[in-house]
Structures are given as C-alpha cells and as structure tokens.
Design a protein around this ligand. Structure first.
Ligand code: SF4
Length: 449
C-alpha cells in the first residue's frame, strides 16, 4: 500500500490527538423553558436526551475548529477534487486515501483531463484501493458530464445525484462543501454520532431508521457555514465517536449524550438485519512466466468487482489451451484469501517459469486464452487487483521479483509521482505507477445511501 511520504501528509494521516480541555460553551444559551424540558425528559429517560438541536451545529463547528481535521488536499471548494475524494473515502479511511488521491490528482488534475482519459487509466490509478466499481463510475461520470452536462461539474445536489455512483449523502456533501447548499449528510460517521447522541435505537438499515435519521439531519443542518459543519460531522464520527472505543471523556457533548447516559454506546447504531454468512468461492489460477514476462488477461466479465482489471488465467482454462502442466512447477505456489463485499475468495496460485519451443508457441497460448505477456517492468503501471500484485511479487522468479519490488516501492515512495512522470505515463496511455494492498475499513463517508 502506498504510504504518504510527505511529512505533512503523514501528520494528517494520523488522526488528530484530542487533548482534554473544557468543552466549548454553546454560542446560544438555551431558554430556561427548554432547559427545564430537557432536564425533565432526561430524568424520565434515565440520563440525557441528546444535545439541544438548535445549538448543536454551532457547538460542533466550534469543536471542529480546534480538534477536527484540517488541510486535507481535498479541503477545497473545487467540486472535482471534493467529488473524487468523497468517492475514494467511501469504505476507506482517510489515511489510506491520501496517497491515492495525490496520485490521482497528479495524473488527472481536473475534470477535463478525466473526461479525456481512457477507462484503463482511471482503473490503473485506482489499483490497490479496491471497490473498483467506484473507479468505473468516476470514468462514466466524466463521460456523462462531457456528453450531457456541457463539460461542467453539476452545481447542485439534485444534479450531482445524477452522476453514476453518487447517492444522496455524497451529493449533499459535495453541494455543502462547494456550493454552500444546506444539504445534510448521512454517512456512517453521521449515523453513529447521531444515534448515540440522541439515543436513536431504530435500526439504521430500516426505512423507519433512515427516515428518522434524515429528519434529524435536516433539522440540525445550518443554513450557513455548511462546509465547516459537514466536515465537523465527518470528523466527529471518524476521530471521536469512533465505532469502537469512542473518546467519550473528550467529547464536548458527553454530559448530554443519551447513549452514554443509558450505557448503550456499544449497542448503537443498531442494525436490524442480521449479517448473512458470505458464500465462499474457490479458484485456481496459473501464474506463468516466460523470460521477463508474465501472462495476464483482462477480466472482461460484464459485472464483478475486478471487471477491466488484469488477472491470472484460470488454471483449467490454461490447461485446456495447452499451457504447460505445472506438476513440475518450481515449488512456487500460494493461496490467496480475499474478502469481497458479497463473497470470500480463496484462490490457489501455481507459478512456473516456462521455456516454450518458440516465441510463436508462447504467443499462441496467450491468444488462445485472450491473454497477453506483460513485461514485469510494466506491471507497476497496470490495473491489477492487489491480490494479483501480491502473488506476482511472491511468485516471480528472483531476478524479476527484485525488479517488481523496486518498481512498486518507487511507486509507493512517490505516491503520485512527479507531474512530469505522470504526464509521460498518461501520454503513453498508462497511468502512474501504483502499489496495492489498501486497507478497506469504514471511512469518513461510508454513506448510508
Ligand atoms: S459521549 Fe461518547 S458515545 Fe456519546 S457522542 Fe460523545 S463520543 Fe460518542
């Protein structure tokens, strides 16, 4: 996984440390009547009912100013940058996203460059970040903006939702950040924080729960300072009211938090549907090397997370196409386990070095498998799923493994690469070098859309 090499990025990547200090005073004093009402209700419910909705936004923004996250490279009113970051941050932590975002922006710095980029370039820039449908939707959105929206990024939440892969919460976030629209978000961070603060126990995956939360979010949304408030909601859930071990002693709302008062912090947000056990899929792949080249094929499946990426040929298909039998493989094999959202993959990979009788024989095999021989020195610039990259690194012959490790390491060190490198890469129809293996964890924006 690429790491942020820039010291300021590293600083950003580690979430801010919250130091204990007195909670900020609310800018408005609740009326004595309101205070009495809250106190009565809190007493009846065994603690607190949640913060006053009217002063919540101002208090949260106040907290964010001193304790939130600032200076992300996507902290800008540029809708293109905000949009790309919002999509990357779905199901992915900010620290993981940072180097990918930098690399993406170096290669495709604006909407125009995205609209003119081939899909393969966008996929290559995404390589290692996972959830590749996000990259495909970004590319499709670029084409849609180019052909149907006059080449300009849509300027309202309603229009932004027309882009593929953009739901209500993401569109609202972009509109709040870039256009000052008072459109609330309801991502995983917002869900968690709101459910705990106001003690909402309706399952968040039910229609009733969604309606309740969106209703609350609408009431809380301020008319002004929409960008600061939206970032504050995200930061509150990502850095303070975390899924596990929230930092309650540092929370500016701890005295009013309903979940804390009732001792149900770890039970909220509630989910109604039990998680189904995921089916597992077994596969067997052949990782064949011919000199300094590896045999890979583009995954042309009409659907699926790895559509459009380069993968190994299936073992059985390769055997039927006349590939050498790896019974006498070099003892190089491994098992890959990878979790997709809908299934678990277990793939055994057998590797071998092949010496065909002629170059024609090697090319015929590639043709029969609709595959291609890719020089190892190119691999770091191609759209490869992270398990395939890992297998190549582990199973390549020693000399090639060193080349591969060096290329991937350089890709990681430069994160995004220099502007010159990037232009050269895109100009030749390839994206900048990349590195795989990004962690997929709830990010700031695993939107409940
Ligand atoms: S007191 Fe704890 S559980 Fe309640 S909102 Fe604050 S951080 Fe979350």
């Amino acid at each position: 996984m690429p790491r942020a090499s820039n010291p300021s990025l590293k600083k950003l990547a580690s979430a801010p440390t919250n130091s204990p200090e007195a909670p900020p005073k609310p800018p408005e004093k609740p009326s004595p009547m309101a205070q009495a009402s809250v106190a009565e209700s809190a007493k009846a419910s065994g603690g607190a009912l949640g913060p006053d909705e009217k002063t919540f936004a101002a208090r949260l923004v106040h907290w964010q100013k001193s304790k939130g996250r600032h200076d992300f490279p996507w902290s800008t009113p540029d809708p293109y940058k905000v949009w790309i970051s919002e999509i990357m941050l779905q199901q992915t932590q900010a620290a993981t996203v940072l180097p990918y975002f930098q690399r993406f922006m170096d290669a495709l710095p604006d909407l125009k460059s995205l609209m003119n980029a081939p899909e393969d370039d966008v996929l290559a820039l995404w390589s290692g970040l996972g959830y590749y449908s996000r990259a495909r939707n970004i590319w499709k959105s670029g084409q849609l903006i180019k052909s149907q929206m006059g080449g300009a990024f849509p300027a309202s939440a309603a229009q932004i939702t027309e882009l593929p892969g953009v739901g209500r919460s993401t569109a609202n976030a972009i509109a709040a950040f870039c256009f000052g629209e008072a459109t609330p978000i309801m991502d995983g961070n917002a869900q968690r924080g709101f459910c705990r603060l106001w003690g909402i126990s309706t399952p968040v995956d039910s229609s009733a729960g969604k309606n309740e939360l969106w209703g609350l979010a609408e009431r809380l949304m301020p008319e002004t300072d929409t960008a600061a408030y939206t970032q504050a909601v995200m930061d509150f859930g990502a850095t303070l009211c975390k899924p596990k071990n929230p930092d309650c002693p540092l929370c500016p709302f701890q005295a009013e938090c309903a979940a804390k008062a009732r001792g149900v912090v770890n039970q909220l947000p509630a989910k109604g549907k039990a998680k189904k056990a995921k089916p597992s899929r077994q596969e067997r792949w052949l990782c064949l090397f011919w000199g300094d080249k590896a045999l890979l094929k583009k995954n042309e499946a009409e659907s699926g997370v790895w559509r459009g990426l380069l993968i190994f040929p299936g073992f059985e298909a390769a055997r039927l196409a006349g590939a050498p039998e790896p019974a006498a493989h070099d003892g190089r094999s491994m098992v890959i386990e990878h979790e997709f959202s809908h299934y678990s993959l277990q793939a055994s990979v057998d590797a071998m070095d092949w010496s065909p009788a002629s170059a024609d024989e090697a090319l015929e095999l590639a043709e029969a498998l609709e595959a291609r021989w890719e020089p190892v020195e190119n691999l770091a610039r191609l759209p490869l799923p992270s398990p395939v990259t890992k297998a190549l690194q582990k199973l390549a012959p020693r000399a090639l493994a060193e080349t591969l490790a060096r290329d991937l390491s350089e890709a990681g060190e430069s994160s995004a690469g220099s502007q010159a490198k990037k232009k050269k890469a895109i100009g030749s129809g390839r994206a900048g070098k990349q590195k795989d293996g990004a962690a997929k964890k709830p990010g700031r924006n695993n939107a409940a859309e």
